[in-house]
Design a protein around this ligand. Structure first.
Ligand code: C5P
Length: 214
């Protein structure tokens, strides 16, 4: 059972992915954290995330295992991640690790921007999680606030729009809903309600698979 979850920043992908992974007993990979680790490494070395040579070098040589490092969650690292993610050589360098994770026996849950379109087009279930830019900006402000980082709603909304434009407008693996993806708009849903809907979508897919019709 491979579950692919894509969508823009702060739509709720990570929360849904973790909940589904726990519920169905599957391993989970936050693929955005791969790009964030590359972006963070460049910033730490005083390098430009838009430098394709430095970014590819970092993507190929770093030991990318710091998935839960809180330092990856800052607004600056998110921005750097989205810049390195537009470089095709970086995407290529990170592809195999994602693919191998998805293909492990028993399956996996992966969340990102191109899981259903590029990394795992054959996924059993594809979810495209959306929310209005305003709802996403409020969530990010609250999330950063919890970590002691203060960003105004207006500034965050501008950042969300810039990130959306970059992620959707890039030539290589732009953010878009995969063919056959189930759309889930979380703008007006509580976390619990969004998880319930996602779980129902996966359960229906499991039933179709068992019946040989999906
Ligand atoms: O999801 P998160 O905000 O952590 O992702 C950070 C950035 O990494 C995104 O803005 C996007 O540019 C990039 N990314 C990507 N492909 C993925 C996951 C993340 O391009 N599969």
């Amino acid at each position: 059972m491979i579950i692919a979850i894509d969508g823009p920043a702060a739509a709720g992908k990570g929360t849904l992915a973790r909940a589904l992974a726990a519920h169905f007993g599957l391993p989970h990979m936050d693929t955005g954290a791969l790009y964030r680790q590359v972006g963070a490494a460049l910033l730490a070395d005083g390098l430009d995330p838009a430098d394709p040579v430095a970014a590819e070098q970092a993507a190929r040589t770093l030991d990318l295992t710091r998935f839960t490092d809180p330092q990856l969650r800052t607004a600056a690292v998110g921005e750097a991640a989205s810049v390195v993610a537009a470089i095709p050589a970086v995407r290529q360098a990170l592809f195999e690790a994602q693919r191998a994770f998805a293909l492990q026996p028993g399956g996996a849950v992966l969340d990102g921007r191109d899981i259903g379109t590029v990394v795992c087009p054959e996924a059993d279930v594809k979810l495209f999680v959306e929310a209005s830019p305003e709802a996403r900006a409020w969530r990010r402000v609250a999330e950063l606030e919890d970590r002691g980082e203060h960003v105004s709603f207006e500034e965050m909304l501008a950042q969300v729009r810039i990130r959306d434009a970059r992620d959707s407008g890039r030539a290589d693996a732009p953010l878009r809903a995969a063919e056959g993806a189930h759309l889930l708009d979380t703008s007006d849903l509580s976390i619990g309600a969004a998880v319930d809907r996602a779980r129902a979508i996966v359960e229906a897919a499991i039933r179709r698979k068992a019946a040989g019709t999906g």
